[in-house]
Design a protein around this ligand. Structure first.
Ligand code: NAD
Length: 244
């Protein structure tokens, strides 16, 4: 389905991002990962991706840094020849109540989740426009749709990602570029490891379970492929019904 395409996945070494990388690689896409993880862990993942017959590389790039991401995107174009799919999955949390939230925790979350997504779209877009093709998939969250106590910074960043998605989609709709977002609910990854044993929380989910990274990856694949050719500016919840 994606044979020969190049997919750049930020946060591609995390719980959801890794599942996305494996899913897109299984469809034949070459994979580039920007991450802030342990290098050895990412090298292992890249070896697993290559065993599927695709090219794969992991680069330690801080998405919140405008010039670092600009240079890195340029290097990906040089080494891989193109970027066809951009999945913005890098994200962090620094939870705390608004009355006590430290400025640095607000700035850090906005910096990675929102500005990081902007940086990546900003630097990839000139290439997308030139090749008259691009699929952008941003990973937002149900927190950005309905808010969440203790997550004012995170909810603001993810709501920002939705606005960014829609404006980008409107700007680029005539250029062969689609930009959509997914809004996961509670997905079982390291980010939510301390929540997964909370039965009250799981009870609030209409489907009575957390989602899996693989379920999110299937949705990202749909939005990254020709199967979604008539969809842009959309936000698709994948949340077991928690935000309906
Ligand atoms: P995770 O903590 O497992 O992975 C986060 C990834 O982001 C890692 O690869 C990490 O290296 C990367 N990263 C962090 N800071 C970075 C930076 N400055 N520059 C580049 N990369 C950076 O998280 P996850 O649960 O897989 O979440 C992935 C995305 O999904 C995030 O955007 C998160 O907000 C979103 N999300 C997760 C859930 C959930 O329940 N897990 C729900 C809704 C949305």
């Amino acid at each position: 389905m994606l044979k020969g395409k190049v997919a750049l996945i930020t946060g591609g070494s995390g719980g959801i991002g890794k599942a996305v990388a494996l899913r897109l690689a299984a469809e034949g896409a070459n994979i580039v990962i920007f991450h802030m993880d342990d290098e050895a862990k990412v090298q292992e993942l890249c070896a697993e991706l290559r065993s599927k017959g695709v090219k794969a590389t992991g680069l330690r790039i801080d998405v919140s840094d405008f010039s670092e991401t600009k240079e890195a995107v340029g290097n990906v174009i040089k080494n891989f020849g193109a970027i066809d799919i951009l999945v913005n999955c890098a994200g962090i949390t620094r939870d705390g109540l608004i009355a006590m939230m430290k400025e640095e925790n607000f700035d850090a979350v906005i910096g990675v989740n929102l500005k990081g997504t902007f940086n990546m779209i900003r630097h990839c877009t000139p290439y997308f426009i030139k090749q008259r093709f691009g699929k952008i998939v941003n990973v937002s969250s149900v927190s950005g749709i309905m808010g969440n106590p203790g997550q004012a910074n995170y909810s603001a960043s993810k709501a920002g990602v939705i606005g960014l998605t829609k404006s980008t989609a409107k700007e680029l709709v005539g250029r062969g570029v689609c930009c959509n977002a997914v809004a996961p609910g509670f997905i079982a990854t390291e980010m939510t490891a301390n929540l997964s044993k909370n039965n009250t929380l799981v009870d609030q989910i209409p489907m009575k379970r957390m989602g899996t990274p693989e379920e999110v990856a299937d949705l990202v694949l749909f939005l990254a492929s020709d199967a979604s050719s008539y969809i842009t500016g959309e936000v698709i919840r994948i949340d077991g019904g928690i935000a309906m």
